[in-house]
Design a protein around this ligand. Sequence first.
Ligand code: ZN
Length: 200
Amino acid sequence: MKEALLISDMLNDFVREGAPLEVPAARAILPALQRRLAAARARGIPVIYICDAHRPDDPEFSRMGWPPHGVKGSKGAEVVAELAPLETDPVVEKTTYSGFHHTGLEAILQALGVERLVLTGVVTNICILYIAYDAVIRGYQVTVPVDCVAPLDPADGEYALRQMEQVLGVTVERSPTHQAAAALISSSRSVSNRRLTPTL
Ligand code: ZN
């Protein structure tokens, strides 16, 4: 089954320290993502970049309350240098959370004969989750390697990974370190849930 590596929103505006929509955890996934990118290139697996390319007055900023970010043509909307696309890599520009909505992504995947997508980048519970949903309902198999995605908040990231795994049938590849961290998050959550349970 032919696979493609999708890299979502690893842009200066999300990754760099002090960026308008900084996702600090995005910097921690850079080494793993660079390894995966190199491996994909070595194996001839297509690499497709999915990138925010907003208008300066994009409704996403006012409706969803995000600070302006990823404005088309700006330095902030460029993929970080560590993961820079080759000239031959498709760069799909999007204005919503999903890489499929009003973009050429599906046509690119069809032309390449791709049936399995490996989703990487940011944000686990936002663009990755909604790209996963749109991919799954179109019949693609989806894999999310946990060491190559980053959330804004760890608990939200865990929720999204469970949702993708249990509701969308996504293959979530977890590293041993991540499993330990996830267990900690869910045990601290069940403690706080107990505290909220009224005593009858
Ligand atoms: Zn955006």
